[in-house]
Every structure is written in structure tokens, then in C-alpha cells.
Design a protein around this ligand. Structure first.
Ligand code: SAJ
Length: 429
């Protein structure tokens, strides 16, 4: 197989940028491509546009080494990685137009023998769709159809594979290197070509399959987590109804050697777990009953928390409310699909004299809140000093240090079980 040194990474977000900078420090010549001019300029200055622990150091060293540059336009290369978003539409069906855009952009630069890898989490058969688009855009190239047969030794065809990213925001750099990777080609030769690439920088195991199974593996992992969180969220509703402390309950149940209930919260956020199960539902609507139900339970939990806040506020005279946390989970700056942000955005401002938002990971309120009367971003001490009602929405580290005295006399809703000193119900500090 020809050596492959030059890598074009399309999409410089939470996956593309860490991947591009990591492989640049491993000796590959990397061109990162993004549609955002600001993103491209920031990276070319050796800086970052997103927060992820240690990413700043890695990007700086990759750019300074000369191995990483960013651009709005792709160029010729050996390996093309696609790491663009795959959101869902309002009706919960998949939106893969960013992948199609990225493929259309790289198509003119492809050459015989190139390897194209889709890393974006994608509905099953998306990798095959890339093959179909490329066949239309570049009829001069040979792109095999999906097959399990290992009978193609043509080195001049295009190799096409899916290798889903599986890193956890907050731990991306470590997990990019240490996690097991699943690699699935549209044919066995594509699988082998992609495996060779990942073997050059991944310490974890590399598991070979076909592209369809690789796509479904990633969706399965996130649907598994969604279903398990739904179980915890449903338990929290039942526990509230029965006046039981759900965190004590789960702690006790988890002492059983074969039980490991996850943690309830205000709903499930992020661009992965709140999205990917819908790809399975879309592909097999009559079969994916539990997976759909889990999504609905988790969405309902967000509505439940909102209603509880409104009900409690309705018993008071226009309280000042402090909302602690906006991001989709603890200790990150990512607000995508965040249930916390959703709850704060949907607060009925007529019930409150002021809505004080505390989010250590942002310097200004996100669009949608910044222009609304009554909402302000304040620091935690200010919020606790002023508020008569406190709602904890995200378990950011600093919130664990809040003492019972600082919540005394306030109405408190703790959606994450951070303040275990509170009474189980009513949550009054
Ligand atoms: N959550 C709970 N209770 C829990 C665990 C999580 O309410 O017990 C909530 C979080 O607060 C958050 C959401 O679920 O709102 C998702 O958080 P997460 O930490 O479970 O996962 P993500 O979205 O940050 O990352 C997931 C990971 N997938 C799995 O753990 C199976 C990661 O490995 C994937 O790479 C990532 O999705 C992705 O990109 O698909």
C-alpha cells in the first residue's frame, strides 16, 4: 500500500480540531478545512476557538511545528477525514447536508488511491451515500460499491471507511489516543487502509468491521446510554411521587454487584446522546420502540423540571431566581442541546422579578437570552446573595463547594443531586 502522509480534515470542531492537531504532532502534514473564516484565522495563529482541556497547547505546538495549517479550501492529499456535524431536524429526522457539503468540496481534489474516512456520527448507510455522491461528482474515479467480499486489490481506486469518533468532551485528547476504535470500510480493502492509518496514532485496540456495522455501533453506544439515563430519569419522577430521595435510592441499589443505575438530571443534552438514538428510530420506526420511548422520557424530564420551577415560583411573590449552569453537562463550555439552557430559555419571566444566570464557562449570555429583559449573567456569590429561589441545573465543580448556610431560607431545586444535605423533597435549604 502507498504511504499516506498528507491529511485533509474537513470540520475543525470538537472532533476535527483535536484529531487534526494530534496527528500533526505525530508527523502527518495536516490541512484543516472549515467554513468559518474566524475559525481558520484563529487556528493559523496557533489559538483555539473552543474550550477543551490541553487543546490550546496541542494546537499551538502543531501549528508551530508547521505540520498544521487551516484553510477555507481543501487541497490534494492522501487521506480525507470528514468530521462535520450531523444534527437532527425539528421532526427528529437526520440532517446530513454538512457531510454532503464537505464531500462536494473535497471531490475535485481526490486522486486515485486516496482514503476517505467519515468520523461524524451518522445514520446507517451514510458512508455508502458518500460513495454514491463521489461516483456522481467524479465519474473518472473508481469507487467500489458496499461489499463484504475481499476480492479487490486495485490500489488506484478510492478507499472509503467509517471510523466513528467516541471521545467524551472534557477528556477528548486522552480518549482520542486511548479509546478502542471501530473501523468499517465499504469493502475489506477500505477497512484495512483505514486501520493502518489509526494504528499510527491510537494506543487503544482497533476493531475491524464493515461501514454499516461501524455506523450502527456508534449509534448503539449512545442509544444504550440514553436508555439507561432514561431509566434514572423515570426513577426520579417515581421517587418524587413517592417522596423518596432518588439519589439515596440509586446509591443503595448500586450496591448490588450487577446493578449500575446512572444519574438523573434535568434531561439529556449534547449533540450526541440527545440526537443519535433518533437515527435508529428513523431507520426502523416500528422496531425501535424502547429507544424512542427513552428519548421521550428524557425530553419529558426537562418539561417536568420546568413545571416544578414554575409551580414553586407560583407560591411566591415574584422571587429572584438563580439558575446555576447552562452547559449540557458539567465542566464544559458546550451548550448544544443543553436541557439547562432550554429550561432557562423557557422560564416564564412574568413569575420572577429577576433571573440570575450563573455559568462559569461563558462570559456573556448566549443568543436567545442576552436580549431578554430580566435575565442577567452574574457570578455565583452575587446570585446566591440575591436569590430567593435557587435551581441547580449543571453539576459544575464550583457548585459542590456551596455550603448549606448559603442556601438557608431559599427555595432550592437541585436537579443533579449535588447538595445531598438538602431535604429529599421540597428541596428547601
Ligand atoms: N447524563 C445524565 N446522567 C448520567 C450521565 C449523563 O443525565 O448519568 C447527561 C449529561 O448531563 C449530558 C448527557 O447525558 O446532558 C450526555 O452526557 P454524557 O457524558 O453521557 O455523554 P456526551 O454526550 O458528552 O458523550 C457521549 C459519549 N458516549 C457514550 O458515553 C456512550 C462519548 O463517548 C461519545 O463520543 C459522544 O457521546 C459522541 O460524540 O457521540
Amino acid at each position: 500500500m502507498k504511504p499516506r502522509h498528507k491529511v485533509i480534515v474537513s470540520g475543525l470542531g470538537y472532533i476535527g480540531l483535536p484529531t487534526a492537531s494530534l496527528i500533526a504532532t505525530k508527523g502527518f502534514e495536516v490541512l484543516g478545512v472549515d467554513v468559518g473564516e474566524h475559525i481558520v484565522n484563529t487556528i493559523n495563529q496557533g489559538k483555539i476557538h473552543i474550550y477543551e482541556p490541553d487543546l490550546d497547547v496541542l494546537v499551538r505546538s502543531a501549528v508551530n511545528s508547521g505540520n498544521l495549517t487551516a484553510s477555507l479550501e481543501p487541497a490534494a492529499g492522501d487521506i480525507f477525514i470528514i468530521a462535520v456535524p450531523t444534527p437532527i431536524k425539528e421532526d427528529h429526522t437526520s440532517d446530513i447536508h454538512y457531510i454532503e457539503q464537505a464531500v462536494t468540496k473535497i471531490a475535485p481534489y481526490l486522486a486515485p488511491g486516496n482514503l476517505v474516512i467519515l468520523e461524524s456520527t451518522s445514520p446507517v448507510t451514510t458512508t455508502e451515500k458518500i460513495g454514491t455522491w463521489l461516483r456522481q461528482l467524479r465519474p473518472d474515479l473508481t469507487i467500489p460499491e458496499f461489499t463484504l467480499k475481499d476480492d479487490n486489490d486495485d490500489e488506484e481506486r478510492i478507499f472509503l471507511a467509517h471510523c466513528p469518533e467516541r471521545v467524551l468532551p472534557g477528556r477528548i485528547l486522552k480518549e482520542l489516543v486511548d479509546n478502542t476504535r471501530v473501523v468499517g470500510g465499504i469493502d475489506p480493502a477500505s477497512t484495512r487502509a483505514a486501520m493502518e492509518f489509526y494504528q499510527s496514532f491510537v494506543n487503544g485496540e482497533i476493531l475491524a468491521t464493515n461501514s454499516r456495522t461501524a455506523e450502527m455501533t456508534k449509534l448503539t453506544e449512545n442509544a444504550f446510554r440514553d436508555v439507561n439515563i432514561a431509566f434514572a430519569n423515570e426513577l426520579s419522577l417515581i421517587a418524587d411521587h413517592l417522596e423518596i430521595d432518588v439519589w439515596e435510592l440509586i446509591g443503595l441499589a448500586n450496591h448490588h454487584p450487577r446493578v449500575n443505575v446512572l444519574q438523573p438530571g434535568p434531561g439529556v443534552g449534547g449533540h450526541c446522546i440527545a440526537v443519535d438514538p433518533w437515527f435508529i428510530v428513523e431507520a426502523a420506526p416500528d422496531k425501535a420502540k424502547l429507544i424512542r420511548q427513552a428519548r421521550e422520557v428524557n425530553l419529558h424530564k426537562t418539561d417536568y423540571v420546568l413545571r416544578r420551577i414554575h409551580d414553586l415560583a407560583g407560591t411566591m411573590v415574584k422571587p429572584k431566581i438563580a439558575c446555576l449552569g447552562l452547559s449540557f453537562k458539567a465542566d464544559i463550555d458546550d451548550f448544544r442541546e443543553s436541557p439547562a439552557l432550554d429550561i432557562v430559555t423557557r422560564l416564564d419571566e412574568r413569575l420572577f422579578s429577576q433571573i440570575l444566570v450563573v455559568e462559569p464557562h461563558c462570559r456573556q449570555l448566549p443568543p436567545g437570552l442576552s436580549n431578554r429583559d430580566g435575565f442577567s449573567l452574574v457570578d455565583c456569590d452575587d446570585a446566591l446573595a440575591q436569590a430567593e429561589m435557587v435551581v441547580l441545573l449543571v453539576n459544575h465543580k464550583p457548585f459542590y463547594a456551596i455550603t448549606p448556610e448559603r442556601l438557608r431560607g431559599k427555595i432550592v431545586i437541585d436537579t443533579r443531586g449535588v447538595w445531598r444535605f438538602l431535604e429529599p423533597l421540597g428541596r428547601q435549604g
